[in-house]
Write a protein that binds this ligand. Structure first.
Ligand code: HEM
Length: 516
């Protein structure tokens, strides 16, 4: 075979006089590589093309008749979209079909946007189980109960429902009331000028949750410390995150935050056991739990270590902090943007509370506020804090007559379209609490569409507690303050950070009302 030098110089003069300066370096021409390199290059390219073709083939065979791109971007798929999730992109995907396909890093994902298919996934534990984001096991600890499935999960969860009885929630309301008033005393000073309520509402929720869960068994500084560090956990909950806890990564920072929280929560569990053993009266969730466990008549009786109790409480914080904050912030935003509805809330408060707005709210008083409850229900419908939950198929899942989800796929039941179905909720984007006040109205006639809390064996365990807390905070704020909303171009844009938030954080002023 002619050498590179000879062949490239053939048209430019005698070989003997050709200068290397006028020749092309080999790197510029793939046709001029030595034969061994050529074979290597050829083989590599062939293998690469075969793998890429295989990737497309697998994607297309898994996708079958589902809507979705015919080809997936090699290797990364729709990675770019998931790095910066936008509500508009998700909505376009949900609207592309009741079931639709997408691939990210070769993880095959089926999105279910209709009520029928979202519910089917959540209610088919033999085919599908929750699959929290990859970082969740590092953050929550792998032996946390939230990773249990099947009967073990059902049995464990049954024991925890004792923490959310009406009697227990009645006790929690008194704590929620006093913490809310403490924070509002500060808001009086801080909100003369507009500022985003987002971080203050998050801190209020964290303080309330920790006091409800641990009472006085952890010190004041623990609440502040956990709250300050918790933002790191929220940030590590993005659907796509660098999965390993290397120093500097979001997951690493979240793990450090969890260690701080677990230290204090274990201390809380230990102190609660001591208090209850000394005959103390239950004054928080941990006390309530210890008392139930100690009751000789309780047939689920068993020992729970401080660590195990702390992990359960941490799972409640993990499941609630972002969702509760989102629900509360949009509760404020919906009411301040609808002064006629806020006026009705106030009118109900005046009727029920007999003019004494400093008296603590109780569960019995809260029962007498159907309009406020309708406001909370509607606010959570219009802007559901959790718009979807990740599941995975544990085996081939024949979800419809013409489609079977392959085993090992990610399944994402989405709630938004159920909650905005115009056949069930006419003018679905309108904030209309009245739709819940007519027992025969279409909203009440279709309870299965109301997927704010999910459905099936993993349906939110804290739903009554959460709804009650949002209602209580709004009730106290409605009577203590006049509210104003500073609108910005981002007010109506939705930010997705695990849950949904207004992109400007909801900028408000609160000024004390004349009568308080
Ligand atoms: C507005 C606030 C909240 C919303 C919108 C919300 C929503 C949800 C949703 C959609 C699920 C998934 C359900 C499923 O997979 O079918 C869930 C699960 C869960 N939630 Fe909530 N949640 C809220 C507050 C809370 C609170 C306050 C607690 C605890 C005190 C809590 C504890 C849990 C737990 C432990 C699970 C997992 C249950 C299981 O796997 O059995 N959540 N929540």
């Amino acid at each position: 075979m002619a050498s590179y030098f000879q062949s490239s110089s053939a048209g430019s003069g005698p070989a003997s006089t050709a200068s290397p300066l006028y020749s092309f370096p080999s790197a510029f021409s793939p046709f001029n590589v030595p034969s061994s390199s050529f074979t290597w290059l050829y083989t590599t390219l062939t293998v690469l093309f075969a793998l890429l073709a295989l990737e497309q083939g697998i994607y297309r065979s898994k996708k079958g008749p589902l809507p979705g791109a015919k080809w997936t971007i090699p290797v990364i798929g729709k990675f770019a979209d998931s790095m910066k999730p936008s509500f508009e992109n998700y909505k376009a995907q949900w609207d592309s079909g009741v079931l639709s396909a997408v691939s990210v890093f070769n993880i095959f994902i089926v999105m279910a946007s209709s009520n029928e298919y979202a519910r089917k996934i959540l209610n088919s534990p033999t085919y599908a189980e929750p699959c929290l984001v990859h970082s969740a096991k590092s953050i929550l600890l792998p032996d946390n109960w939230v990773f249990l499935t099947g009967k073990t999960h059902v049995d464990y969860r049954r024991g925890l429902t004792n923490l959310f009885t009406r009697k227990a929630i009645g006790m929690y309301i008194l704590i929620q009331d006093s913490i809310t008033r403490k924070h509002f005393a500060q808001w009086r000073k801080d909100y003369a000028k507009p500022r985003p309520i987002m971080m203050d509402a998050r801190y209020l929720n964290m303080d309330t949750s920790l006091r409800v869960f641990c009472g006085k068994h952890i010190p004041e500084k623990a609440t502040k410390e956990i709250s300050d560090k918790y933002w790191a956990i929220t940030q590590a909950l993005e659907l796509v995150n660098f999965p390993f806890a290397f120093p500097g990564t979001k997951v690493y920072k979240a793990v450090q935050a969890r260690k701080v929280a677990m230290y204090w929560l274990e201390l809380g569990a230990k102190n609660s056991k001591i208090e209850m053993a000394n005959g103390g009266e239950p004054a928080c969730m941990l006390d309530q739990w210890v008392q139930v466990l100690n009751d000789p008549a309780y047939n689920g009786r068993r020992e729970f270590s401080d660590r195990e109790m702390a992990m359960v409480v941490f799972s409640f914080l993990f499941a609630s902090q972002d969702a509760m904050s989102s629900g509360l912030i949009y509760g404020f935003q919906h009411l301040v943007d609808h002064p006629e509805i806020l006026a009705k809330v106030r009118e109900e408060q005046e009727r029920v509370r007999g003019g004494d707005y400093d008296a603590p709210l109780t569960i019995e008083i809260m029962d007498k506020m159907p309009y406020l409850q309708a406001v909370v229900k509607e606010s959570l419908r219009v802007k559901p804090p959790v718009i979807m939950v990740p599941y995975k198929s544990t085996k081939a899942f024949p979800i419809s007559a013409d489609y079977t989800v392959p085993a090992g796929s990610m399944l994402i039941p989405s709630f938004y379209n159920s909650l905005h179905d115009p056949a069930v909720y006419p003018e679905p984007d309108a904030f209309t609490p009245e739709r819940w006040l007519d027992p025969a109205g279409s909203a009440n006639a279709h309870p299965k569409n109301y997927m704010v809390w999910g459905a099936g064996p993993h349906r939110c365990i804290g739903l009554e507690y959460a709804g009650m807390n949002i209602a209580l905070v709004l009730a106290i704020a409605a009577m203590q303050f006049d509210w104003e909303h500073e609108l910005t171009p981002l007010t109506d844009k939705v930010e997705i950070i695990a849950t949904v938030f207004p992109q400007d954080g909801c900028r408000m002023t609160f000024t004390p009302r004349a009568h308080v």
